[in-house]
Design a protein around this ligand. Structure first.
Ligand code: UD1
Ligand code: UDP
Length: 379
């Protein structure tokens, strides 16, 4: 529910569209709502439907407004134009004092542009991440750069992200703040729940079997790269006969069809629906290694000291690669197998990576408090 505290000085619209935005903005929403300074309106563009509601549900947050744009097949132009128009109409009908967006999705960029068109200041959470390759991840790298140029408050998760912004410059009057990544705030909340709930019941995942956790969904992975990623998983299971694999599938039909065709029917592979956030965090903690092309998973795994074989050629999270918790393998099946094989076989290397969790670069669980403090003195 929108806070209606009459003493609130300002209305902030928090615009989110996809699962990672929901998870990483939930702690910010909760923190801003805890304070009487702000009326917070949670605006879902509906770029994702059930995946986003599932993520918000864990935090007991429901959108106040839903633009409901999702279609079974949605082009980048469609998402951009419908979010731009929908958010613009909303801001015209009920102008907020500020808009907050997160990360690098098309929702993020289009909502920021709609706010900019109306001279409404934008706060960008998770600003400054760069892979320095506009094609990878696509279109996210461009979305980040454009959103940073449109923003007045740039909340960078790390020093490195802040220095990326410093090199490019910001619009006049804008400020850059290093806050940590709010994903760590969310992760800590989920870990509390995991502690209380214990292991979830995931049909097919036999208790006690060691397992590999895999997720893949990025546009660059669609088609042949996804087939190679699946082949690599099958080869790993052939080499490591005591292992199972847990694969929570993204809702995108292109991804699910490819995964079902390549991996379906194998009793040692559990293909399941997206897991509730704490259940997924349980899986991150419980698996031996992770194969993933996700951005957020690289940060969470790093905080948990769990090695991730990154199914991408470049990453905008170099901090995880520098610490050895993330290892870039791209979508080449031989390279994925070789990288994962080494992690599964070399105990000394594995323990070294595990110990790096003491030195997690992404945050201390207080990022949303810092962001709320900055906004409280700025608005
Ligand atoms: C989007 C973001 C990507 C982010 C990812 C997180 C863009 C261009 N892409 O990619 O940056 O990493 O979300 O997951 O902003 N679908 C459902 N139900 C859902 C969600 C998705 O059925 O709850 C299906 C729909 O058929 C939809 C398709 O998935 O058309 C693709 O969704 P879309 O948001 O276009 O792309 P993602 O790959 O999810
Ligand atoms: N996640 C989840 N359930 C799942 C798979 C992922 O809750 O079944 C969480 C995961 O912990 C991370 C986020 O979703 O916080 C990552 O989302 P996604 O991979 O969709 O997007 P990306 O991070 O690549 O932008």
């Amino acid at each position: 529910m929108t806070s209606t505290d009459p003493s609130a000085r300002a209305v902030i619209d928090i615009v989110i569209g996809t699962r990672p935005e929901a998870i990483k903005m939930a702690p910010v929403i909760l923190e801003l709502r805890r304070r009487s300074d702000f009326t917070v309106r949670v605006v879902s563009t509906g770029q994702h439907t059930d995946m986003m509601r599932q993520a918000l549900g864990f935090f007991s947050i429901a959108p106040d407004v839903d633009l409901g744009i999702m279609k079974r097949v949605q082009s980048l132009d469609y998402i951009t134009s419908s979010v731009l128009t929908g958010a613009g109409e909303l801001f015209d009908a009920n102008p907020p004092n500020a808009v907050l967006v997160h990360g690098d999705t098309t929702t993020t960029f289009a909502a920021s542009l709609a706010a900019f068109h109306r001279h409404i200041p934008v706060g960008h959470v998770e600003a400054g991440l760069r892979s320095f390759d506009m094609r990878l991840p696509f279109p996210e790298e461009m979305n980040r750069v454009l959103t940073d140029r449109l923003a007045k408050w740039l909340f960078a998760p790390t020093d490195q992200a802040a220095s990326n912004i410093a090199r490019e410059g910001v619009m006049s009057g804008a400020g850059v703040y290093v806050t940590g990544n709010t994903v760590i705030d969310a992760l800590f909340a989920a870990l509390q729940t995991v502690k209380k709930r214990g292991a979830p019941d995931i049909p097919g995942l036999e208790g006690g079997s060691p397992f590999i956790l895999m997720t893949a969904h990025r546009r660059e992975s669609w088609g042949e790269p996804m087939n190679r990623i699946c082949r690599a998983l099958l080869e790993l299971l052939t080499r490591h006969e005591d292992y199972m694999a847990l694969v929570p599938m993204h809702k995108n039909p292109l991804v699910r069809d490819a995964m079902r065709a390549a991996l379906g029917g194998n009793k040692r592979i559990v293909l399941c629906e997206p897991l509730d956030y704490p259940d997924f965090v349980w899986a991150l903690g419980g698996c031996k290694i992770i194969l993933s092309d996700s951005g957020g998973v690289q940060e969470e795994a790093s905080a948990l000291g769990k090695p991730v074989v990154v199914l991408r050629d470049v990453t905008e999270r170099p901090e995880a690669v520098e610490r050895g918790t993330a290892i870039l393998a791209g979508s080449n099946d031989a390279r994925i197998v070789e990288t994962a094989d080494r992690l599964l076989s070399d105990e000394a290397e594995y323990s070294r990576i595990e110990r790096r969790k003491e030195d997690n670069p992404f945050g201390d669980g207080r990022a949303s408090i810092r962001i709320a403090d900055i906004l409280a003195s700025a608005i």
